[in-house]
Design a protein around this ligand. Structure first.
Ligand code: PLP
Length: 437
């Protein structure tokens, strides 16, 4: 891989996509994969190892999507694959307790601030949905507060955007979400203490919970000020609403204590996914013992799952977290991220481009706009997307696979090397020249 572009025909990917479109809506099982935002049709992965994958046409790409976050050790890490093989040989699913779920729970409880008990589920969406039910169950209150630009999975009551004008109740952002549900969600902008104070003043007594991605990473990387998060925690506490940190991306990626440890703010409940499953379908929610003891069979809040605590998935999560801890994974990822940041900033400055590079640890985002990087969603320039589509295509021709959407972040893994990062900077340099030609 160099700065030089070479065409990488996608005949086989295109043929698979055509077949896929006949039997899968949009040819995919999750919408962003369809490449609608960048055009050209998706690449079909054939196999992946480390920081790279090979597509069905036989081209190799350096991957910065990494399955959208779970693969913090890289694709098919030998320790994870070995653990999964070993576990699979002892049974794929039990529907009964097993040691691995206790061990993974102990790791989460030991690592995450204020987390005394945890319940495993099979996706981040399920974790958030269950945490909201628990919050409503323990408080007896109906409403939740969320932030514009935060994504919490496809939970009905959170597929909601800010209403028009002064109304703070949300309107559904997906068909199929009844307005009666959307109206239970109060939507406020990020990074805006005054709006937050108004929302709590108006609805605080009805709020079961306030949920936030403490490091919002689903609409660009909208880094929040600690003071803002602290104010949120304070307002929630005073109102008697639970504070839920959605750490599905940030949990075990920023460090073992996630964003809670990073900011020194302990939520009442937290949700996990992605990294804790090491590439297998795992989610979890956890928090204070008195809250978690309200979950069935101890308490009145029902929540269950046929495949929850699945032994093979638990083995992948355990191997991932154990390896991260054993090799000082988070320290190495920070160093790698800093190297990428220095390289990209040099390119942006030299070319004086209206692009901002935003990074926290191993998460990064190219904001296709000049000036200070945005901290709230309504400050993200919509017209950056077209330019990003060109950049994306130019990078693919140079063997670098960024997320097929301007609003998704990039993920570094321990499989990415310094040489990979340097080559990426060179490729980006050349690709940006084309995108801003
Ligand atoms: C990915 C994500 C979810 C949803 O997780 P799924 O496993 O895709 O259901 C929830 N919250 C955040 C912050 C996420 O990034």
């Amino acid at each position: 891989m160099t700065g030089d572009a070479k065409p990488r025909p996608r005949e086989r990917s295109a043929a698979w996509y055509e077949r896929a479109c006949k039997v899968l809506p949009g040819g995919v099982n999750s919408p962003v994969r369809a490449f609608r935002a960048v055009g050209g049709g998706p690449l079909f992965y054939r196999e992946a190892a480390g920081a790279r994958f090979r597509d069905e046409d036989g081209h190799t790409y350096l991957d910065y999507v990494m399955s959208w976050g779970p693969l913090i050790l890289g694709h098919a890490h030998p320790a994870v694959v070995a653990a999964v093989r070993e576990a699979a040989g002892r049974g794929l699913s039990y529907g009964a307790p097993c040691a691995a779920e206790v061990e993974l729970a102990e790791r989460v409880v030991a690592a995450y601030p204020g987390c005394e008990m945890v319940r495993f589920v099979s996706s981040g969406t399920e974790a958030v949905m269950s945490a909201l039910r628990l919050a409503r169950g323990v408080t007896g209150r109906p409403r939740v507060l969320k932030f514009d630009g935060c994504y919490h999975g496809h939970v009905d009551s959170l597929l909601v955007k800010a209403g028009s004008g002064l109304a703070t109740f949300g309107t559904a952002s997906s068909a199929g979400v009844p307005e009666a549900l959307a109206e239970l969600t109060v939507v406020v902008p990020l990074d805006d203490e005054a709006a937050l104070e108004r929302a709590f003043a108006a609805h605080g007594a009805e709020l079961a919970a306030a949920i936030i991605e403490p490091v919002p990473a689903n609409a660009g990387l909208l880094l929040q000020r600690r003071e803002f998060l602290a104010r949120l925690a304070e307002l929630a506490r005073r109102a008697g609403a639970l504070l839920i940190f959605d750490e599905v991306i940030s949990g075990f990626r920023l460090g073992p204590g996630g964003a809670a440890a990073h900011f020194g703010i302990t939520p009442d409940l937290a949700t996990f996914g992605k990294v804790i499953g090491g590439g297998m379908p795992v989610g979890a929610y956890g928090g204070r013992r008195d809250l978690m003891e309200q979950v069935s069979p101890l308490g009145a809040v029902y929540q269950a799952g046929t495949l929850s605590g699945n032994p093979v998935a638990m083995a992948a999560g355990l191997a991932t977290l154990a390896t991260l801890a054993a090799v000082d994974g988070w320290g190495r990822l920070e160093a790698l991220g800093a190297r990428l940041e220095a390289g990209v900033r040099e390119v942006l400055a030299r070319r004086s481009l209206p692009v901002a590079f935003v990074r926290l640890g191993s998460l990064f985002w190219l904001a296709m706009q000049g000036g200070e990087p945005p901290r709230r969603f309504d400050r993200v320039a919509a017209d950056g997307a077209a330019r990003y589509a060109v950049l994306h295509r130019e990078l693919l021709e140079r063997g670098v696979y960024l997320a097929p959407s301007a609003f998704e972040v990039g993920f570094l893994s321990l499989a990415h090397t310094e040489a990979d990062v340097d080559a990426t900077v060179a490729a980006l340099d050349a690709a940006l020249a084309e995108a801003f030609r």
